[in-house]
Design a protein around this ligand. Structure first.
Ligand code: FES
Length: 155
């Protein structure tokens, strides 16, 4: 059975199975970068669940990606501290304009995916964003431009 958003599935209620499922989804995403229908099916087979059940759980959590992402996942914080430090919306708009994408989209060259998140635990050095596993703090529009240019020209 192919996993898709129209699949109706019984939710996974058993806490142990659910914990195993979340761990398996996390590992699959680490390995493949996103949860493709094939990855969903593999997890389902492994845990003896239906693909619909696995998809339903994966789609509930924002940490799981059901679409391929760019080489650089740009996560901009829109939390209160970043907002108060002049970040959030102005930074999101600036990056969206620079990359010509909306939040949730990937640039056509597959290099950048823009995502908006709630808090990156860098409130004391707001505004902040994270690119892949790297945190960038005390941002200005100029420092963002430099950062994006550096990544754009990187191999
Ligand atoms: S509110 Fe932006 S890092 Fe916490």
């Amino acid at each position: 059975m192919a996993a898709n958003s129209t699949t109706v599935a019984n939710p996974v209620h058993d806490p142990r199975t659910r914990a195993k499922l979340l761990a398996a989804l996390y590992l699959a995403q680490e390995q493949y970068g996103w949860l493709s229908p094939e990855a969903i099916q593999r997890v389902a087979n492994r845990l003896e669940l239906s693909a619909g059940q696995v998809y339903s759980t994966a789609s509930f959590y924002t940490m799981f990606r059901l679409e391929p992402q760019g080489k650089y996942l740009v996560q901009v914080c829109e939390g209160l501290s970043c907002y108060l430090a002049g970040g959030a919306e102005p930074i999101i708009q600036h990056i969206a304009r620079k990359l010509k994408v909306k939040p949730g989209e990937t640039t056509p060259d597959g290099k950048f995916t823009l995502e908006v998140v709630q808090c990156l635990a860098a409130c004391g050095t707001a505004p902040a964003l994270r690119i892949n596993d790297e945190l960038y703090e005390n941002l200005t529009l100029e420092s963002i431009d430099e950062l994006l240019e550096r990544l754009r020209s990187a191999a």
